[in-house]
Design a binder for this molecule. Sequence first.
Ligand code: ATP
Length: 366
Amino acid sequence: MVEVRLEGVTKRFEEVLAVDEASFAVGEGEFLALVGPSGCGKTTILRLIAGFERPDSGEILFDGKSVLGLPPEARRVGMVFQNYALFPHMTVAENIAYGLRGRRRTDHRKRVEELLRLVGLEGLEQRSPGELSAGQRQRAALARALAPEPRLLLLDEPLSALDAKLRERLRLEIRRLQRELRVTTIYVTHDQEEALAISDLVAVMSSGRIEQVGSPWEVYNRPGTEFVASFIGRGNLLEGVVTEVSARGIEVRLMPQGPEIVVSAGAGESSCYRAGQAAKLLIRPERIRLDGSLENRLRARLKGVEFLGDSSWAYLDWAGQELRVKLAGATGPAEGEEVELSFASSDCYLIPISPRPPGSAPGHGG
Ligand code: ATP
């Protein structure tokens, strides 16, 4: 298996800056999910790694060696796309064996059987893709990509055409397979929940740039930018002003009214903040209680409730800002009522000051 590294990779399509100085690394046998909104450059990054596009600048290294001079077939990369891309006139077995071309034919049968077993398609080898369900077709595409034993697997929204239940089942299967084979994997998705669920590492992209690379826990709980905070999970971003920076942490007063909250930020972050500076606090919906039991209290009006069975979403208006609260079970108060809600200072996370000024991101995509 291979370690993949991108260093300052940039790709333009005429006036569109599709990928802007992207840098990240995926270790041997690791699973990285590349997540971001439509048009942010995810597919272009996969195509650059596979060798279907050439970067305008930057480096792509496999195990420390540049692959920019290698054609796609020499990079030993397996790919699975959203739309299966199976050959309709070939059987499942023939499709999988297509991935083995160039090898001794006597080996094909055994390897195809092995792959059918691996992806759970035993007994269906003589069917054509048209005679398979959507999930089975995606399993066949996966088997074909894995057939030549690639050192890197690239998956581009492989589950987005499937219904929600099947998506959840197949993402577990993909993860199990990837762990079993220890194949380095990059998985493109616009579904942030899927990205968190499936990967060792998440790279969050916006407008051609990599905003943050971190573990699922890090990108959810320690988002590096406001974009990451709002794209990953459903967060409440509250505006405030820093009132004091001390050894205790950073004190932030919420705007336009509200409690003074002391945030304990890391040394690196607190040294960036000064009193009087604007700040944004992230509070996850599951960290807010619809009662006054925690240290910071607000009064807000309940605008609406969505009952989901095992939990509910409560939408509240607090001084013109919308707050989302996730509750276990149903809510007590009725819509329109004024309620007290509370949260702990330790559950507030101060968004780090952006290393680049707002508005400097290349404008495109979305
Ligand atoms: P989606 O999730 O919708 O598939 P994506 O994040 O994969 O989007 P890309 O397909 O990488 O995004 O596209 C990034 C940007 O580059 C978009 O603005 C797209 O229109 C543009 N782009 C991609 N390929 C080309 C091309 N061959 N020629 C011109 N523009 C392109």
